[in-house]
Design a protein around this ligand. Structure first.
Ligand code: SF4
Length: 346
């Protein structure tokens, strides 16, 4: 079915600004499936000031401002987050016509209750935290950089967040491999016991895939045939435990019916100030689209930037869902295996 103007219009709107900010590209974890190279450090002062200048330049012309914190582990750079998010929240309160929302993808180890409550006051209300099963299974794959497991710290934080009486969403993303389905099933039972009936803690099941990390070859990923059966069984278990069906959570983002990278007004600002479109395929040549200038203007390579808009320009749903489909790793666009994209970092 052909796309309607109403479906396409948000993707080409200049009144939407969706920034995915990487306040640091370092992480305190070394998950076995991670694809990041941890080459860049914390966002430096000139880049912080440039992000604030960008927000100040654009705010008056916006209908929607979304700030999405990503990393590495973003909370390692807490002062950067607090400064930029406070600035954005202040601009939004001066421009009440602008819909303003914040999100964060975090490993959860540093998401303490005081920080969480501070983030809520600054407009960050949606969070995503990943778990790989109960303690033993989780600690085998989501390792700390310093060695050792991470489950206890994350779980302690999640339990503390539940005590907060406010409106928010902490999406629990459960990663599935060939080895951990029994542990994920046990974890579903634990979550049902501890967070029963609290709709602020939805659950989503995601199979681990090979995304270009150094340990890809050894990852016990499910084959496509196994994946459907295993996820189906775990989904049925989740439903039986009373979880609502939220498997569409990444397929149906709330602002745009497709991937943010397909939108004219969506950019990733890396810690270095480089601009990208997709926060996952960071090494792809087509994803190096320009730089954020000190005065907040975007210095874009338009020949690359326009390629991300082909879904909207052609009215093509598949490209809107993932604009990297059909792009080879060397930057050519046809006749080679597609890059794979997920909704957000693991
Ligand atoms: S997957 Fe996320 S939490 Fe794990 S090492 Fe990579 S960036 Fe850190």
């Amino acid at each position: 079915m052909a796309m309607t103007f109403a479906e396409i219009a948000p993707f080409v709107s200049s009144r939407l600004l969706h920034l995915t900010l990487m306040p640091t590209e370092q992480c305190n974890f070394r998950c076995v499936y991670c694809y990041e190279d941890f080459a860049a450090g914390e966002m430096a002062r000139p880049v912080i000031d440039a992000v604030k200048a960008l927000l100040a330049r654009r705010i008056a012309g916006l209908e929607m401002l979304a700030v999405n914190w990503f990393g590495g582990e973003p909370l390692l750079a807490w002062p950067v987050i607090e400064e930029i998010q406070s600035f954005a929240a202040g601009l939004a309160s001066d421009h009440p016509r602008v819909r303003f929302g914040g999100e964060m993808t975090t490993n959860g180890s540093l998401l303490t209750r005081p920080r969480f409550e501070r983030l809520l006051t600054l407009g960050v209300r949606r969070f995503q935290v990943s778990l790989d099963g109960t303690r033993e299974a989780h600690d085998a794959t989501r390792l700390r950089r310093s060695g050792g497991g991470s489950f206890d710290a994350i779980w302690r934080n999640l339990l503390a967040l539940q005590e907060v009486s406010a409106s928010f969403e902490v999406l629990l993303r459960l990663h599935i491999t060939r080895e951990n389905p029994p542990a994920v099933e046990r974890l579903l039972g634990e979550i049902a016991r501890e967070f029963a009936g609290d709709p602020r803690f939805p659950v989503v099941l995601k199979a681990v895939r090979r995304f270009g990390g150094p340990q890809d070859a050894e990852l016990p990923v499910l084959s496509p045939a196994e994946e459907g059966a295993v996820l189906g069984r775990l989904s049925a278990r989740a439903t039986a435990l009373g979880f609502p069906d939220r498997q569409d959570v990444f397929a149906q983002p709330r602002i745009l019916q497709g991937c943010y990278a397909s939108a004219l007004g969506s950019y990733v600002v890396r810690a270095s100030g480089e601009l990208a479109k997709c926060p996952v395929a960071l090494g792809h040549p087509n994803n190096h689209i320009g730089r954020l200038l000190p005065d907040g203007r975007l210095d874009l390579d338009s020949s690359k930037a326009v390629g991300w808009l082909r879904g909207a320009l052609k009215g093509d749903r598949e490209s809107l869902r993932c604009p990297t489909k059909g792009w080879a790793d060397d930057g050519s666009r046809e006749g080679a295996p597609p890059l794979v994209r997920i909704g957000s970092s693991p």
